[in-house]
Ligand binder design. Sequence first.
Ligand code: DC
Length: 226
Amino acid sequence: MTRRRPVVAIDGPVGAGKSTVARALARALGFAYVNTGAMYRAVAIAARAAGIDPDGAAREAELERLLERIRIGFDGERITLDGRDVSAEIGDPAIGDLASRLSTIAAVRARMRDLQRAAGRDGGVVMEGRDIGTAIFPDAEVKFFLTADVNVRARRRHAELAARGATATFDEVREQLLERDRRDRERALAPLRAAADAIEIDSTGSGVEAVVERMRGRIAESTRAA
Ligand code: DC
C-alpha cells in the first residue's frame, strides 16, 4: 500500500502570516492549498445575507438550515458560495469578525470539519486555520503553529486593510485583532492553540521565504523519519 502524501497543518492567530506562508509552501511542494478561514468567512457572508443574528436565540437552528442549503466551493485561491465567486468579499473585516463569532457554534464547526477532512483525505495538502493540527487532522504528518509579535501582526493587518481602502487606525486594527484572538482562543469548541506535537515558528523577524525554507526543512525531516 502506498503511504498517503503528507497533510501539513498550519495554525495560528490573526496576522501571523499563515496565508502567505501556506500558499508559498504549497506551491513549493506542489501540494494543494486550503484556507479554512475562507470557508468560515463564506458561511458568514451567507449568514449576513440571510439576516441571521449571531447572538440571537434561534441562531443555532437558523444556521443549521442555512448550512443545509448553501454550497461552498474552494479551489486554491478561489472560494465560491452557491457558485458565486466571493473571494474578494471575504476580505471584509466585518466578515472576519462575524466568521469568528459563528465559528463558536457547533453546527458550523461540524459542517466545516466534514468539508475540510474531505479536502485533505488524500494528503498532498497544506491546510491553514485555527484547529487543523488539534481537531481536523490530529494525525497530520507535520504541524506548524505560526506566531508573531502582536504589533507586527497588527501592522501587517493594518497595511492589508489600508491597501483595500479601509480607514481604520492602527490602534483600532490592533484592538480588533486582540479581540478576535481572544474569542478564538477562549471558545469551548476546538479553540485556537498549538497541538502538543506542533512545531512553533515565530515569524516576527523573518521574511516569508525564510519561514517557508524552515518549514520545508522540517517537513523533509519529519517525512524521512516516518
Ligand atoms: O483565518 P481567518 O482570519 O480568515 O478566519 C476567520 C475566522 O474563522 C477566525 O477568526 C476563526 C474562524 N476559524 C476557525 O474557527 N477555525 C479555522 N480552522 C479557521 C478559521
